[in-house]
Design a protein around this ligand. Structure first.
Ligand SMILES: Nc1nc2c(c(=O)[nH]1)N[C@H]1C(S)=C(S)[C@@H](COP(=O)(O)OP(=O)(O)OC[C@H]3O[C@@H](n4cnc5c(=O)[nH]c(N)nc54)[C@H](O)[C@@H]3O)O[C@H]1N2
Ligand SMILES: Nc1nc2c(c(=O)[nH]1)N[C@H]1C(S)=C(S)[C@@H](COP(=O)(O)OP(=O)(O)OC[C@H]3O[C@@H](n4cnc5c(=O)[nH]c(N)nc54)[C@H](O)[C@@H]3O)O[C@H]1N2
Ligand SMILES: [Mo]
Length: 753
């Protein structure tokens, strides 16, 4: 046990934010006050059962819990919506208004007009903000009992990934990160785990073990990311949105130099070459024909062709292809950065082709060219029952559903009904800054939200007066997870559950989501059904019983609560699609053909040029080939930085001191604009303008700039964002198949302020 002063109590707690981490922490509490956080004790570090590795953000959370700006009381809007003027009200008044508005909107427009917005600020079996799977937790339970609500599907994280990858494999299976040390070569495309899969996800840990064992690591990214800087042997910069051209040329070289595992392709894949196409498809449509220029575009995807598109020198492309073709096993990993683009579906399906061409699928040290996966721990949830509203929209399209929901159909991604039939009239925005800050095209969104005739009622439940909270009609102050109990689980190389005890008493008049939903349920006439007379801890006891029923070693409730963490130590790492490769007859892939569909008949049937049946390079709007570059010559990408979790922790000054928010700009682009490090610059396009400090660095390729996503939009009187929120510049244009968010595809100009 840790040595602590006698007057300090150690209480198990966690980090429950959306960083792909979920770390176990100890709260050091003195006289009821949190004095510091330290990494929770978890026994020795071991590759088959690694520790969750708390980061600076997690350890700095005292500054967040005790922040002077914490919301204290319920508030109601007193000025025009979005202006940010509020008056304190009582909970009585807040709950009365919310209940009345819910009733009014239900009666006037029906339950489908009530939208629970995407949010990821809180994870937990009771208080989860992100509506996953069948949509469980306290808030969905409440809304279902009220008659249902309009749900979203997809995420802002991985829309293209989760929609496109199953067209190739039928399912989405990732290889355990614990298997990475078996690889001889690891190539990361648009993947920055050193910043985005730290903590419990542990990918940097396994990458460093792999490197220690002699594996070569290559990073493909327009930025020399922290992953490239800290873990890689080589960095290959590529122009954003052009990875498909790079992969096509890699495939071309593999073909030209006979580095292709033809027997793997013949045995397991559909549509690699003309000999393995489904019946009825005209010649020239296989992947190989596309690469060799025998298809419709009559363009061979040679390294010279790809150099012009991607900016990667042809010699580097040839060398990389040889390395991938000759080094086995090779793990090809994709991040989510390249699918948050105009045609984000395309790279997702392209990397698996390389994995198949090199026979790396289903083997140790290799992998399917997807993202890391692993084990899952089953835990009970606060049951939500069923949602009487069948309609679902892609989470990115909610602004469209405010304006044009009545007409939205499958063409706009609507599922469950033929036509949505109503516009969104009420938004419940819980633990989310996606109402404005994290959604695309902030200025357009602000105009939509400001119109009270469109969306008639907005409630925000948060800890701070975020840019989103400023658009609320009623703001409710939440307790943080340090002020309530819950269980949070995480799946990665290992699966684990953390019990976070209450560390300090709720501040001011802050109330949890369960508390609020219970009070509202009372007012709306289903209080007893909602709570079943149970406290939060009563529910948690039930959830643990579920975990115990799946895992005989799961500890008793009291022990789990006292310990704070339970880890399932896996027997062995998951090797994705191992069975399908070992027993092809007995275990087909879950695609219609049972094969790995490099050519997808289902996509072919869509007959949409923007959704080809084999993954292709499609020049992006606002990509390097868009004529708009004459006016806005720089590609502006976002990325998820270690500084924040999205917009959460934006207000912790200590973290800002560690990594100040800044625009990455190559020295060549800086000197063209007479900009020096530390200067303030304007970044703008037709959608908006922001002011940001410039970081002049060769860590970003010329022609590309980067802004870490998540800074809080802070418009001045003229609408110019003074802080540098990248969504001031991003575009609302859903991707063609997944209706995903292309928030990394933007053209801008930068100028000295
Ligand atoms: N341009 C651009 N935009 C992006 C992205 C990008 O890469 N580029 N990434 C997208 C992705 S992948 C995602 S997942 C989304 C994330 O977007 P969001 O899910 O909106 O995540 P956050 O911005 O962290 O907002 C979480 C909110 O929860 C609040 N919160 C934290 N703890 C609590 C709590 O205990 N109770 C309550 N009630 N509130 C709490 C925080 O104060 C914050 O306002 O952003 C997307 N937006
Ligand atoms: N510290 C921290 N960790 C996080 C989060 C956070 O906010 N903060 N958010 C979590 C969440 S919800 C998510 S979804 C994940 C996302 O995590 P990631 O999958 O890592 O996503 P990004 O940071 O958007 O992009 C990864 C990399 O892709 C690069 N990139 C952008 N465009 C392109 C391109 O066209 N081609 C190539 N080759 N590279 C490109 C970017 O420069 C970046 O380095 O991170 C999670 N982890
Ligand atoms: Mo995400």
């Amino acid at each position: 046990m840790k040595a602590v002063p006698v007057d300090e109590k150690l209480i198990p707690t966690s980090c429950i934010h959306n960083c792909s981490g979920r770390c176990f922490l100890h709260a050091h509490v003195k006289d009821g006050v949190l004095v510091r956080l330290s990494p929770g004790e978890q026994g020795p570090e071991a590759p088959d059962c690694p520790q969750t590795k708390a980061c600076l953000r997690g350890l700095a959370q005292r500054h967040w819990l005790e922040h002077p700006d914490r919301l204290r009381y319920p508030l109601k809007r007193i000025g025009p919506r979005g202006e940010g003027r509020f008056a304190r009200i009582s909970w009585e008044e807040a709950l009365t208004v919310i209940a009345a508005e819910m009733q009014r909107i239900k009666t006037t427009y029906g339950n489908s007009a009530i939208y629970l917005n995407y949010g990821t600020g809180v994870y937990g079996q009771i208080s989860d903000a992100y509506v996953t799977g069948d949509g469980q937790g306290a808030l969905p339970r409440f809304l279902n009992m009220f008659g249902g609500y309009l749900r979203y599907y997809n995420s802002y994280s991985a829309a293209c990934y989760t929609v496109a990858a199953p067209y190739t494999y039928g399912t989405v299976e990732g290889q355990s990160p614990a298997d990475l040390p078996n690889a001889k070569l690891i190539v990361l495309f648009a993947d920055n785990p050193a910043e985005t899969r730290m903590g419990g996800a542990n990918t940097p840990y396994y990458l460093s073990l792999a490197r220690d064992k002699g594996a070569k690591i290559i990073v493909i990214d327009p930025r020399y990311s922290d992953t490239a800087a800290s873990l890689a042997d080589e960095w290959i910069p590529v122009k954003p949105t052009t990875d498909n051209a790079l992969i096509a040329a890699l495939a071309y070289v593999l073909m030209a130099e006979q580095l292709v595992d033809q027997s793997f392709l013949d045995r397991y894949c559909l549509g690699y070459d003309e000999e393995h196409m489904p019946a009825g498809i005209p010649a020239g449509n296989s992947f190989k024909s596309y690469i060799l220029g025998l298809g419709e575009d009559k363009t061979a995807k040679t390294p010279a062709w790809a150099e012009a598109v991607t900016g990667v020198p042809q010699a580097d492309i040839v060398r990389l292809a040889r390395e991938i073709g000759l080094t086995k096993p090779c793990a090809l990993l994709q991040g989510l950065g390249w699918q948050r683009h105009a045609y984000g579906e395309q790279p997702v399906r392209a990397l698996p082709v390389l994995a198949a061409m090199t026979g790396n699928i289903g083997i140790k040290g290799g992998g399917p060219g997807l993202r890391p996966g692993g084990h899952k721990l089953l835990m009970g949830w606060m049951p939500a029952g069923t949602n009487a509203v069948a309609a679902q929209i892609p989470c990115f399209t909610w602004t469209e559903a405010i304006v044009n929901g009545k007409q939205m159909t499958a063409d706009q991604g609507v599922r469950g009904v033929d036509c949505l039939g109503t516009n969104i009239k009420l938004i419940w925005n819980y633990a989310s800054n996606t109402l404005i800050n994290q959604h695309a095209d902030i200025n357009a969104t602000a105009r939509i939200l400001a119109d009270e005739k469109q969306c008639e009622f907005i409630v925000v439940h948060d800890l701070f007066m975020t840019p989103s909270a400023k658009f609320a009609d009623i703001v409710m102050p939440d307790v943080s997870h340090f002020e309530r109990e819950d269980i949070v689980t995480f799946s990665s190389g290992i699966a684990y559950a953390i019990y976070h005890q209450k560390v300090s008493e709720p501040k001011f008049e802050c109330r949890s989501i369960y508390d609020i939903c219970s009070c509202l349920a009372d007012r709306l006439g289903f209080g007893p059904e909602y709570t079943e007379g149970k406290s939060e801890q009563d529910w948690l006891r039930e959830f643990v019983k579920v975990a115990q029923s799946h895992d005989g070693e799961f500890p008793a409730f009291e022990e789990f609560r006292r310990q704070g963490i339970y880890k399932q130590q896996p027997d062995k790492p998951v090797i994705a699609y191992e069975q399908q490769i070992r027993e092809p007859g007995a275990a087909p892939f879950a695609t219609p053909s049972g094969k790995i569909e490099l050519f997808s008949p289902r996509l072919w049937a869509l007959k949409t040029p923007e959704i080809p049946a084999v993954p292709q390079y499609i020049p992006a709007w606002e990509g390097p080939e868009d004529p708009l570059r004459k006016r806005y010559p720089l590609q502006c990408i976002g990325y998820h930085s270690k500084r924040r979790v999205h917009s959460t922790f934006e207000n912790i000054a200590l973290l800002e001191a560690v990594e100040p928010h800044a625009l990455w700009l190559n020295p060549a682009d800086a000197s063209l604009r007479q900009l020096a490090a530390g200067d303030k610059a304007r970044v703008f396009n037709d959608r908006g303008e922001l002011i940001i400090t410039v970081r002049v660095t060769p860590r970003i390729m010329p022609g590309v700039v980067a802004i870490p996503q998540g800074a809080w939009w802070t418009p001045d009187a003229g609408g110019i964002d003074q802080r540098g929120s990248i969504n001031t510049l991003t575009k609302y244009r859903p991707t063609p198949l997944a209706f995903g968010n292309p928030q990394h595809t933007n053209l801008v100009e930068v100028a000295k302020l």
